[in-house]
Design a protein around this ligand. Structure first.
Ligand code: KIV
Length: 271
């Protein structure tokens, strides 16, 4: 089969080489076809179909309610749009916590039903066996340490993790465990920049930071946050590149006004 004219897909090896060369990895979340197409056209390296879907798409307070079926539904829309970026899918809460076999089965289901390139799951030592089993089946796994939102009820708040020495040591130890279990990359969420630097330097796999400072090998943000779609969410780690919420509201107001005063549609917009 000819591969002429085909865009080269980002792979785990490509991400590893970016780290080796000191070139930063870029990642954003997507949950639908239109956004995924734009992110891919812009040249993003990794698209995460994150379980933040639960918050920003479904309007839930936490990531806990989103289901396997819903993650698969959204991922199918994303994979249809993307030619170059690597697409990673979050294993949702309770899809891998019950047992290693359950996590393995659900990771396989995502790969079979969506054409994604890999899965992400949260935790260190306690999920090491699951990471090992999934990767041994040829499925790339991204780890996730620091503030892991699926454990929010255990943490009790969204404050940063790793400020206390005990927590920092656990994150350092878990990052090595996750790498040794076979993960190809690890997300570091909301931890001090110096700790993320230490972790990034000690690992051969890339670290992807969110609220973890500039020393990570790459960065990820939740796309609706960086586009300024959520007026009630202003953590300091989010840089807003647009104020899309206001732009959309203004466009809708203009449309309402144009319809009301019959200036839409005009002659060119009619048959
Ligand atoms: O679900 C998500 O969007 C994530 C990112 C915050 C890394 O896990």
């Amino acid at each position: 089969m000819s591969t002429e004219g085909k865009v080269k897909r980002i792979t785990t090896k490509a991400l590893y080489l970016l780290k080796k060369k000191g070139i930063k990895i870029t990642a954003l979340t997507a949950y639908d076809y239109m956004h995924a197409r734009i992110l891919d056209a812009a040249g993003i390296d990794v698209i995460l179909v994150g379980d933040s879907l639960s918050n920003v798409f479904q309007g839930n307070e936490t990531t806990l309610p989103v289901t396997m079926d819903e993650m698969i539904y959204h991922t199918k829309a994303v994979t249809k749009a993307v030619e170059r970026a690597m697409i990673i899918v979050d294993l949702p809460f309770m899809s891998y916590q019950l047992s290693t076999d359950e996590g393995f089965r659900n990771a396989g289901r995502i790969m079979k039903e969506t054409s994604a390139s890999g899965v992400k799951l949260e935790g260190g030592e306690r999920v090491a066996e699951t990471i090992r089993k999934i990767t041994q089946a040829g499925i790339p796994v991204m780890g996730h340490l620091g503030l892991t939102p699926q454990s929010i009820h255990q943490f009790g708040s969204y404050r940063e993790r790793g400020r206390i020495e005990e927590e920092a040591e656990e994150i350092i130890k878990d990052s090595i465990i996750v790498q040794e279990a076979g993960a190809f990359a690890v997300v570091l969420e909301k931890i001090p920049a110096d700790l993320a630097k230490k972790v990034s330097e000690q690992l051969t796999i890339p670290t992807i930071g969110i609220g973890a400072g500039v020393y990570c090998d790459g960065q990820i943000l939740v796309t609706p946050d960086m586009l300024g779609l959520n007026e009630n969410f202003h953590p300091r780690f989010v840089r807003k590149y647009l104020n899309l919420r206001d732009d959309i509201e203004n466009a809708v107001k203009q449309y309402i006004s144009d319809v009301k005063d019959s200036s839409f549609p005009n002659q060119e917009e009619s048959y």
